[in-house]
Every structure is written in C-alpha cells, then in structure tokens.
Design a protein around this ligand. Structure first.
Ligand code: 6PG
Length: 256
C-alpha cells in the first residue's frame, strides 16, 4: 500500500537514479537556502547512495549546490574508526566531502569512536544546538537520504529492535546489521519530521523487499514506518529493484 502523498520515481538504471537523486539534492538545497538561509541534509550509509554522493562534486551539481550554506549530517553511523571501511563518514568523506567546498564546521559527523550510548547523547546535543531545540522539540531536516535493507530496515532501525519504539530520543545506540556492530541512528520521530525523505533503491537484490512493501500486506517493516508527518516521501527505484512490481515500470506499479 502506498499512502497517496508518497511519490515513486522509476529510473532505467542506477546511473539515471543517481542523477535524479542529485538533481533533487540540488533543487532542495537551493529552495531551503532561499527560504531560510541554510540547507540541512542527513545522509545514510551503505552502497546505494554512493553513486549519488559522488555526483554531487561533479558538474552540473557541484556548482549548483550553495555549499557555503549547506550542512551535512548522518542518519546513522557504525561505531568504528573513521578510516574503517565500514564507516559511513569515511565513505562520504572520500566520495564527496573532501572534494566539496563545504566549510569543515558544516560536516556534522556522528562520533563513531565514542562509546555508543555517550555518542548518541552527544549527537542528540549537536542536533539540539544546531536546530536550537527545546526539550521535546524535533529537528526539521530539509532532506534525508535513506537506503533499505533486504530485511526492510532503514537507517540502523532493524526489524524487532527496541529502537523502533523510541519516541523521545533523537538519536539512539543499537547493535545489528551487516556488519553486526554497534551503531548510532536517528529515530523515527526525527526522520519523519523531515521536509523531504528520499529512498534510494537500486538493483535486483532489492526487488524482493520492494515487492513485499508495495505489493503485499506487510505493514510493520521499519521502512514502512517512514511516514513523513508534513513532508514528502519520494521512492527512487531503478528497473531492477522494481522488477517484481505489477504493471510496467513506465506507469509505475499497480497499487492496491
Ligand atoms: C547503514 C545504512 C543502511 C543501508 C541499508 C542498505 O549504515 O548500513 O544506513 O540502512 O541504507 O543497509 O544498504 P545498501 O545500500 O548497501 O544496500
């Protein structure tokens, strides 16, 4: 089932998908900066968003983004050193942050090297400071990029984990995923408070979970708990990821 305000964009392949995602990143950045003077985006790890990330420091995207007004946060992070191959920050640093003219203070890294519980508290403090929040208030990210696991997880919100029920904390510490390590993750209240949420789903390996989400009665998967309160949810998927959906890709899946 797809709530009406969700949008699904079907792209032929992962390259076209990355271009579409980078275009949305640029347009959202420009609009956010026009409206309030800054752009706050939160990115996820994993392999799906990396092609998009790399495009952000290539033309026409590089000069299209007002980097001096852009702030990059993380949706989740593995609790490993920055130079560990599993580090989401480490991947993003190499893919685009080292090449973008973004002020260093605008890169808001999750402290993966800090003991997880403390790291979660520290990052929550950083969000509260940046967004000038009082206790109980939620940040409003202009754009959040998400991937999806074959088990239906997103961020580091894994099926059956207690973090799925977290409604107070902005950031929490969990353990799980591949690699099965301690992680910091934003919680659903934060993610669902974003202005725009973009799921990036590519490849045949994701066709099963996409089918489960869009064609079956599943309601409880973490990715299905991404329901923006006021914002927009856009699914970007390529032909392979959408290959088990009914109907042809041009017209989108038949939705029940
Ligand atoms: C993480 C990610 C995670 C990822 C999915 C999909 O830090 O592991 O945030 O939620 O988006 O596991 O990963 P792939 O894009 O590599 O398939």
């Amino acid at each position: 089932m797809k709530p009406e305000k969700d949008k699904i964009l079907f792209l032929e392949n992962s390259t076209d998908l990355a271009r579409a995602g980078a275009g949305i990143f640029v347009s959202t950045a420009k609009r956010s900066i026009e409206e309030k003077g800054y752009f706050a985006a939160a990115i996820s790890g994993g392999s799906s968003p990396r092609r998009l990330h790399r495009l952000l420091v290539k033309e026409p995207y590089l000069s299209g983004i007002p980097w001096e007004r852009t702030h990059i946060f993380w949706v989740d992070e593995r609790c490993v050193p920055e130079d560990d191959p599993a580090s989401n920050y480490g991947a993003a640093k190499g893919d685009f942050l080292d090449l973008a003219p973004i002020p260093p203070g605008h890169i808001h890294r999750m402290p993966g090297e800090t003991p997880p519980e403390q790291g979660a508290l520290n990052y929550q403090e950083e969000l509260m400071d940046f967004f000038r929040l009082n206790k109980g208030e939620l940040p409003v990210f202009d754009l959040i990029l998400l991937g999806i696991g074959t088990d239906g997880h997103t961020a580091s919100l894994f099926p059956g984990h207690g973090a799925l029920q977290e409604r107070e904390r902005l950031v929490t510490a969990v353990r799980g995923g591949h690699p099965n390590v301690s992680r910091l993750t934003m919680t659903f209240p934060v993610i669902n408070n974003a202005g725009k949420i973009l799921f990036i789903v590519t490849g045949k390996g994701k066709s099963g979970i996409i089918n489960k989400i869009f064609n079956k009665a599943h309601k409880s998967l973490p990715a299905q708990m991404i329901q923006p309160v006021k914002g927009e949810l856009i699914w970007l998927m390529d032909r392979e990821a959408a290959s088990l959906l009914h109907g042809d890709i041009e017209n989108g899946p038949s939705r029940r």
